[in-house]
Design a protein around this ligand. Sequence first.
Ligand SMILES: *Cc1c(COP(=O)(O)O)cnc(C)c1O
Length: 400
Amino acid sequence: MRDETKIVVAGRDPAKQHGVVNPPVYHASTVIHPTLDALDAAQAARARDEQVTVYGRSGTPTSFAFENAVAALEGGYRSFAVPSGLAAVTVAMLSSLKSGDHVLMVDTVYGPTRKLCEGFLRKMGIETTYYLPEIGADIAGLMRPNTKVVYVEAPGSLTFEMQDIPAIAGAAKARGATVICDNTWASPLYFKPFEKGVDISVQAATKYIVGHSDAMLGTVTATKEAWTRVRDTGRELGYAVGPDDLYLGQRGFRTLAVRLAQHWKTGVELAIWLRARPEVIRVMHPALPDDPGHAIWKRDFHGASGLFAIEIEPTPRPALAAMMDHLEFFGMGYSWGGYESLMIWAHPDHFRTARPWDANRTVLRIHAGLENIEDLKADLTAGFERRAAALKGTKAAAAE
Ligand SMILES: *Cc1c(COP(=O)(O)O)cnc(C)c1O
């Protein structure tokens, strides 16, 4: 079965629910069992890791349907749904670490993941070293006897550097570390982590899987070897997702392939168009042939999503505000992966330590939505014109 077909059929079984196409939404905490034997049997089945309904928090047909669909597409053994992408990162990390352990973390990781390392994990006596995204097999030189997790995320948050995940995973596993991958950008449609040596894949399903900016959701997918500790960690932490959010996740999932193809196309076209603008110094998008990460992207990925960044000529805040405040189609807000275009002023300098980022560089992160590209270009053109007018006004005022 090919991916587009999996996206349509995985996790669904209409014959079990009166022929209804979509899985039912079970609002559940208490699940009642008719006899003592039945309750014991349900508990025994749960202990054997069967998908049985014993109590709301430990899974319902609604959560199993969503988790099975994600695991099938990602190519992992099983998947665990949690209430946010950051919760997924937390489960993956805590499943593989204890006090005294060491983490190798990519310097370009999603900011709140870095906070988890510097906050909660540090308090638990777990130390983190940040490595440069292009390290490849040289990661071996940073491994310590207590390095238990090597964490990858490609492309990097805000600046989109690629990583040689197979080389890093090979070196990490040769020394007994667990490889955790944040697979949010590509989604399991465009990157297959388990074929590249990853043990645990996390996703902010909030982004492309939900796909409509209306729910928070995360997934942790694991190999058979890592699954038990992932599942137990998620359960011990008490993570359970509300049924309506799980439903939105499985509903968004069914159209992932068609949505992503369009985000990819619009994103690349917009990136190429932006590169030709005089204000743009650099476009950070691994699907562009002259991007430093392009060869790895081409080798390991099956597509690109709609998220990338541009660096424009250093722009003072008032001129940037003149440009961004009045954009018609690019909303200014966090997250991405919904149907709508977004733009934020990114500050990579807040989130880099292995290689500091110059705070004077002006970086804009763009999410290419599903609007018509000509409307998006016109909106950006008008924005650049407002920026130019504001810069001219500032210069004129300075000359007076
Ligand atoms: C958004 C995001 C997360 C966190 O997801 P939430 O659902 O917002 O908690 C994790 N990793 C990456 C790469 C993200 O973009």
